[in-house]
Design a protein around this ligand. Structure first.
Ligand code: GAL
Length: 707
């Protein structure tokens, strides 16, 4: 069994960077932490220079002193290994540890994270530090969790230095064993790219034009593996010295460069950092997305929100607005509702200087005399109530909400889409998020699942576009359909295999037995900023003015099956639904029913009347195929229809802005809107947040009650 993080209540705290302040500030900090109900801090995240100011000379006495003080105050330490930002001596003495950009130029010192993940010297020095640190703190009672590095890959996820290139060659040799296998997989007979040996293969740095997509895809896989290997280097030391202490590292919501499924399996506690933009109306959905994803990565177990902020960040190039009143509390509690057992922040005290001095924190520059501080103390109080209100102990910390819908998330498929050159810029993240948001708006909790996962417990599974598809996905589909589930598969799907070789004989290949269609032709629209050879004015240009170019419009489809009509009415949308740029000509099998066809207007007019949405029975369930990329109204109509057929609960009578979710014995009702709304149950309840009887929820507020 994995080491556990034993919590008695929802943890509350922050990254704690006392080295930015005079020593005496620590006692004041601890008093403030007690006032706010803080019981966990992440120490040492960027402390390598203080841990080891010169090579091999370690200074941990300051750390031990602070850990003693924190322990005495009952505050747990999530201790960082400090390896995320190496000190100047490493860069100067071992310049080979610096990452190189695609042009082969080393990145300089003076920021953070300046290391090449595959650098042997970096790994050696990192291992030495972690060993020295672990040995010094191993029996310290404040040490409750290890925090390895910080946001793996946040700024640097690839390096084009000589050591990394040779690690890539070894990685390829290990994978393909002989060079002919690689040549076939990468289709190197095209453009005379055939390699004679693994040593010939370089990193896909700057090139005259398009890089071989299979080369790029393997580079991305290698990059992810390098970062996971880096975690392994630290884990090996920590497991040996402190086998009883659980280990985490902080994820960054959906981060495209690392296969978090792989990384998550190595960790004991899943945690993430989340900074939605308060200027974005989809931010509550984004919080929910991150919460559902982290709970899924944790194997349907609770996780920790390791970093968020109290008000505004400082790093958005487009401006940094503050959370509006109520949003700090409400968004934090929405993470609790989706399975968070801890709400922590970057950072405890707002920095007095440096790159993040303008980033909000729990203790702002103005100190206790601030609006933020009051919010911080209020939230700290609320978080304690889940396990201590009326003195009643609950099992809350072991519970998670139950998901109604599964969404397949596969990093390889995301990378493949990024590597495919044409036919249109398909953004797999956008499609994933769009379908998630449609589920969120419909009131569903979502589990994210891997290709190959058993889906038998889900009534509905959504597969956002997977341009390259893994064979093991077929077994997931079988598990879902044999249990009577519905599977919605979205285009583009099954165009490439795992090495970016195309599926010959109609896309979907072996998956045609499931989807019931094969794709014979693509009919995609052009990006809106398309190139025109010359200006065309129909008034005077007799020939060019007569040429019609539907490809510059959006794809449109027409709903033809009456099962979709009620949802069109409910959402007050026309039966012509807008999509974006993708359209496919599909050949359906005999048992396929057509639910919608391409419209005679819009980008896909040349395939008007051809199937755009199909459905077929398969095993005990159903498979729906969407041959385009529907916009929000179309997604809502389709989801409403298929979820109803699949027997999922329909939340179509909640007020605007209201999100309801249950975790354990509690129901959380969030009001993200601007009007006070009645509780959906219509009853008066005892609210954990306001500690009183309520029957309504105020704007940007939340009510939590025992159901
Ligand atoms: C995170 C990082 C923190 C801090 C924060 C600012 O990415 O882990 O150290 O930089 O962002 O929002």
């Amino acid at each position: 069994m994995k080491p556990q993080l034993n919590l008695k209540r929802i943890a509350y705290g922050a990254d704690y960077n006392p080295e930015q302040w005079p020593e005496k500030t620590v006692s004041e900090d601890i008093e403030l932490m007690k006032e706010a109900g803080v019981d966990m801090v992440s120490l040492g995240i960027f402390s390598w220079a203080k841990y080891e100011p010169t090579e091999g000379e370690y200074h941990f006495e300051w750390l031990l002193k602070i850990m003693d003080q924190l322990h005495e105050a009952g505050i747990m330490v999530d201790l960082a290994t400090g390896t995320a930002s190496p000190p100047i001596w490493l860069a100067k003495k071992y310049p080979e540890t610096l990452p190189h950009n695609a042009a082969g130029v080393p990145l300089g010192f003076g920021s953070r994270q300046q290391y090449a993940p595959a650098s042997p010297k970096f790994r050696e020095k990192m291992r030495e530090l972690v060993k020295a640190l672990a040995q010094v703190v191993k029996d310290h009672p404040a040490l409750k969790m290890w925090h390895v590095s910080n946001e793996f890959g946040c700024h640097v996820w690839e390096s084009f230095d000589p050591h990394t290139i040779s690690a890539f060659q070894n990685w390829l040799e290990n994978k393909y064993k002989n060079i002919d296998t690689l040549n076939h997989a990468w289709a190197t007979s095209f453009w005379s790219q055939t390699y004679g040996s693994f040593n010939d293969v370089s990193a896909p740095g700057l090139m005259p034009t398009f890089t071989n997509p299979a080369h790029l895809l393997d580079w991305k896989r290698f990059g992810s593996d390098m970062l996971i290997e880096l975690l392994d280097v630290e884990l090996e030391v920590l497991r040996e010295v402190t086998p009883q202490i659980p280990v985490t590292t902080n994820f960054m919501e959906f981060y495209p460069q690392i296969d978090y499924w792989k990384m998550a399996k190595r960790l004991d506690v899943i945690s993430d950092d989340c900074y939605p933009d308060p200027a974005d109306p989809a931010s509550p959905a984004r919080e929910a997305f991150a919460g559902d994803l982290m709970r899924s990565l944790a194997g349907s177990r609770p996780y920790l929100l390791m970093e968020q902020t109290t008000a505004a960040v400082q790093w958005r190039p487009t401006g940094n607005s503050s959370k509006r009143p109520g949003q700090f509390k409400t968004w934090s509690l929405s993470r609790v509702a989706r399975g968070a057992n801890g709400i922590l922040h970057f950072q405890w005290r707002q920095s007095p200087g440096g790159a993040e001095a303008m980033h909000s924190a729990m203790v702002p520059h103005s100190g206790r005399d601030s609006y933020i501080w009051k919010q911080v103390v209020d939230l700290g109080n609320i978080l304690q109530r889940f396990t201590t209100d009326s003195g009643k102990e609950t099992n809350f910390l072991n519970e998670v909400p139950t998901a109604q819908v599964a969404i397949v998330l596969d990093w390889d498929a995301v990378w493949a889409a990024q590597c495919s050159i044409g036919p249109v810029s398909f953004d797999p993240y956008k499609q994933l998020v769009s379908w998630y948001k449609t589920c969120y708006e419909a009131g569903y909790v979502v589990d994210f699942v891997e290709s190959g996962a058993d889906l038998s417990k889900y009534k509905l599974t959504i597969v956002p576009g997977q341009i390259a598809t893994k064979p093991e996905l077929l077994s997931s589909f079988e598990s879902a359909s044999k249990a009577g589930g519905t599977i919605l598969v979205c285009a583009p799907f099954g165009i490439y295999d795992q090495t970016m070789r195309t599926v010959i004989g109609g896309y979907h290949g072996d998956f045609t037995t499931t989807t019931g269609v094969k794709v014979t032709d693509l009919c995609v629209a052009t990006d809106s900023d398309y190139e025109r050879w010359a200006e065309v004015d129909p008034k005077v240009d007799r020939i060019s003015g007569a040429v019609v170019t539907p490809a510059t419009e959006k794809v449109k489809i027409v709903v033809t099956d009456e099962h979709l009509f009620p949802a069109c009415e409910e959402f007050e949308v026309e039966k012509v639904l807008e999509a974006d740029k993708w359209a496919e000509l599909v050949r359906p099998q005999e048992d396929v029913r057509v639910l919608a066809t391409f419209a005679s207007e819009g980008a896909a007019c040349d395939i008007a009347g051809q199937p755009a949405i199909t459905a077929r029975p398969w095993n005990e369930g159903k498979v729906v195929y969407l041959a385009t990329d529907l916009a929000a109204p179309g997604r809502a109509v389709l989801l409403r229809t298929i979820s109803e057929c699949a027997g999922l609960p329909q939340n179509n009578c909640l007020s605007a802005g209201v999100e309801v979710i249950s975790r354990g014995e509690f129901t959380f009702v969030f009001n993200h809107g601007e009007e006070t709304v009645p509780l959906p149950s219509g009853q008066k309840v005892y609210d954990l947040v306001s500690e009183g009887e309520v029957s309504t929820v105020s704007p940007r507020d939340c009510v939590i009650y025992r159901h």
